[in-house]
Design a protein around this ligand. Structure first.
Ligand SMILES: C[S@@+](CC[C@H](N)C(=O)[O-])C[C@H]1O[C@@H](n2cnc3c(N)ncnc32)[C@H](O)[C@@H]1O
Length: 455
């Protein structure tokens, strides 16, 4: 292994103590109990009175530690000489290492002091855990960052970019080493703050308001309706609450653009996997006359679709229905829908930047099992689509198994369907398939395929 001298560093930080206690409590839940980071963190915030600056710090520490978990665990190599019996120790070591390595505004002394206090707070009565933590962190500071030898490319990239080796190998096999490097570097950069402006409002006026309110908006390179913002917090704004815009990644908002809505006809659309409703709402905005039936297998999640529909002023066009989309062929009549969207359940490999734990929770086997579900949904929804109707299939994954292979197998099984080229507001696909990679424009990775049923 090699010692490393410089790594990317973060700027501007608060030094709150309670922010760190909340970070540790959340990381114990996520790393030791397998809870979701966003849910655990939001619950911790609800039960605290942290300032916005401290919430930002806790968020940075929790997400950063999870994102770099594999890299940080590697840093502990050779430093642990005793069995760590208390469950808080590993998360505390990882979050302290994250701060030492990536948060250069926080002096090492402060990280050590805080770790000491947290060890006493979270450790058992009379435990000597704080000495173990202190010793390991001091040894790390003396030794510095290490990485595997560069000649073992897969292991080197896996540790450096903190992505499991199977996934690095998978990307290298499918995309080559250079593209893999580019993707891995890009997914460790912060995700963009993107919003889609409703088609029912004046986009220029909304853009001006975003400017006036200090969001420093920029029009998207991918879509006419999307804007990237300099910072977050738009969810608390009046523009959001009043349904003038919604939070949606640029790549995600391209999916609905792939449909050719007929403003002269009544459209009856099925959104087969709809929650939380980002695309359902977007479809409804495009209907001059007609409705959307929004399905989801999880009844509870349909409440989010209904809330989104109400906020975005399209509730009158949307009906929700709890249903497994694999049964759509039996529930709905043959030829009932003019358009169908399958925004399928997927591995989320296109969201590695935005969702830090995805990289550690998915496996190669998942790509194959998800493919079966995706094909079963497509098979079933092919029944209620009318002749000449459009079927759009999308995922937020960049794997071949969930995308190109699904398209190929679907076409082999359904000779009445063909791929249809499509034009979006700023892009086009001549083949009927479009893959947006996460390193292209700093957006989420997405796949879109458009089929037409022959007349
Ligand atoms: C990628 S998300 C959809 C995102 C949504 N289209 C949007 O734009 O907000 C996939 C959704 O499919 C749902 N789902 C998973 N399996 C399903 C099935 N067999 N039938 C219907 N919905 C399913 C999940 O609960 C999840 O809400």
């Amino acid at each position: 292994m090699d010692r490393v001298t410089s790594l990317p560093q973060e700027k501007k930080l608060s030094t709150s103590k309670s922010a760190r206690a909340i970070s540790l409590a959340t990381l114990i839940k996520v790393l030791e109990d397998g809870s979701y980071s966003n849910i655990s963190l939001n619950n911790s915030f609800k039960n605290s009175n942290l300032s916005v600056a401290d919430q930002n710090l806790a968020t940075r520490i929790v997400y950063g530690t999870i994102q770099y978990r594999l890299f940080l665990e590697y840093q502990l190599k050779g430093l642990i000489r005793t069995k760590l019996t208390e469950r808080y120790i590993n998360p505390l070591l990882l979050m302290s290492l994250y701060q030492i390595i990536f948060l250069n505004k926080v002096p090492n002394r402060a990280v050590l002091d805080e770790a000491n206090k947290l060890a006493k707070q979270f450790g058992r009565h009379h435990s000597s855990g704080y000495r173990i933590v202190n010793g390991i962190l001091r040894s790390f500071i003396r030794r510095g960052v290490i990485l595997p030898k560069e000649n073992n490319k897969l292991e080197y990239l896996s540790v450096k970019e903190s992505v499991p080796e199977w996934l690095v190998k998978y990307f290298v096999k499918n995309l080559g080493i250079e593209r893999t490097q580019s993707i891995l570097t890009s997914i460790n950069k912060p995700a963009k703050n993107c919003v889609r402006i409703s088609s029912l409002v004046n986009a220029t006026e909304v853009f001006q308001r975003l400017k006036d309110e200090g969001y420093q908006p920029k029009w998207s390179n991918l879509s006419d309706h999307d804007v990237t913002l300099k910072h977050g917090g738009i969810g608390q704004s009046d523009l959001f609450k009043k349904g003038q815009l919604t939070i949606q990644d640029e790549a995600a908002s391209l999916v609905v653009e792939a449909f050719d809505f007929d403003k002269t006809q009544v459209e009856h659309v099925l959104d087969a996997c709809s929650a939380p409703g980002g695309k359902t709402v977007q479809i409804a905005e495009n209907l001059a006359d007609g409705d959307v039936i929004a399905l989801d297998i999880h009844e509870k999640k349909l409440r989010l679709v209904a809330e989104n529909a109400k906020r975005m002023h399209v509730a009158d066009k949307i009906k929700t229905q709890a249903c497994d989309a694999r049964k759509a062929g039996k529930i709905f009549n043959k030829g009932e829908f003019t358009k169908i969207l399958v925004d399928a359940p997927c591995s989320g490999l296109g969201l590695l930047r935005r969702k830090p734990e995805i990289r550690y929770t998915k496996s190669l086997q998942d790509l194959h099992s998800l493919q079966k579900i995706q094909l079963a949904i497509l098979d079933s929804v092919s029944v209620p689509l009318q002749k000449n109707g459009e079927l759009v299939y999308s995922t937020c994954s960049i794997s071949m198994e969930e995308n190109e292979e699904v398209v190929k197998k679907f076409l082999q099984r359904h000779s009445q369907f063909v791929l249809k080229p499509f034009k979006l507001s700023k892009l086009e696909s001549k083949t009927g398939m479009l893959k947006i990679m996460p390193d292209q424009n700093g957006n989420d990775g997405f796949f879109i395929a458009k089929f037409k049923m022959r007349g």
